[in-house]
Design a protein around this ligand. Sequence first.
Ligand SMILES: *Cc1c(COP(=O)(O)O)cnc(C)c1O
Ligand code: SF4
Length: 386
Amino acid sequence: MELWQQMVRDSVHSVDQLVERFGIERQTAEDLDEFFQARINPYYLSLIRYPGDPIWLQCVPNKKELEDIGAEEDPLMEDAMSPVPNITHRYPDRALFLVTSQCGLYCRFCTRKRKVGDYDKISMKGLESAFRYLEQHTEIRDVILSGGDPLMLTDIMLEKILQRIRAIPHIEIIRIGSKMPCVLPQRITQRLCDVIKKYHPVYLNTHFNHPWEITPESSKACEMLANAGIPVGNQMVLMKNVNDDPATVKELMQKLLKIRVRPYYMYMADETKGANHFRTSIETGIEIIENLRGHTSGLAIPHFVIDAPGGGGKIPLLPNYVLHKDNEKIVLRNFKHKIYSYKNYHDRNNPELVNLKPVDGKNGKQKIKAIKVTKVKLPRMEKIKA
Ligand SMILES: *Cc1c(COP(=O)(O)O)cnc(C)c1O
Ligand code: SF4
């Protein structure tokens, strides 16, 4: 058994441990265990500094999880958008491929609790039909291995999956979504990197939420992946009392860049059963982005997105930088709240309408004919007094 596998086995997981270590009432611990089992591996456990700290909140079961038991289990409608078991196909050219229900740690805020934990929640029998779906759907050029955590698979099993996907000619890129670099960095071995790099281009998105998760171990894991030519991105979830303030997020983003991880998404915490106590306001997310843009490296700034309930996909949100826009100009404000006017340009998306006159169309219908004026000045920056 490899070290990381032993560490998963040594996780805090039982009701007795929850009662003894974290002082949870027995009945509550039993209810929590029934709802979504605990798994806190010794590495992540060692990052806890005091009860209720940002690390604790992410992994220790909390009785608040039992309060919103009526909330949606699958708010993103991933199951409804699943044409065959193990595949979620929401976007035109990419698909999510769930390859295991196991994770190196069970996050209390997980939106996929319905899929995670028990072995039978994602069946390995579904792999074959999933592969066939990917083979037949030539519009899919990007496959995202997810779960659970794909790096819970052994190197051998992972290689079988990568090999099979790489053999599909229309699949251009493979992505791995894994929390392991953050929660169990011992999983990132040289052997694993050597397996993955045979199937390039492979990208990996990991999931750091707090600066305390950047340790010598997790730094080394991310650097090993980068050294194997695997671009590593980060998907953070915005959570109350974990990372819902601008200074914490800025520190995390800057520290990620230092270990060669590029911030990718910052998600609003989804409205999911058992996780609503982590939700923040949208304004808090906007404030965090506002505090990054212009104030630090553009590379440190993730896209702030809401994964729309009902399966609408990720929708980006930005602070409002546009104060006014019309056919002739746009009025913007910068990160210091100074105001600038910028001349708009005319092209097919913004014809200069000098004369709108109705003309008779076919079948007696009225058509609006736009007369374009060709004389256009180049746009130039114009500073207005703020
Ligand atoms: C997030 C997600 C993707 C990938 O989205 P990108 O914006 O390309 O990173 C693909 N499929 C599903 C179902 C997703 O939730
Ligand atoms: S690693 Fe991902 S899938 Fe697993 S429990 Fe955490 S958030 Fe959920």
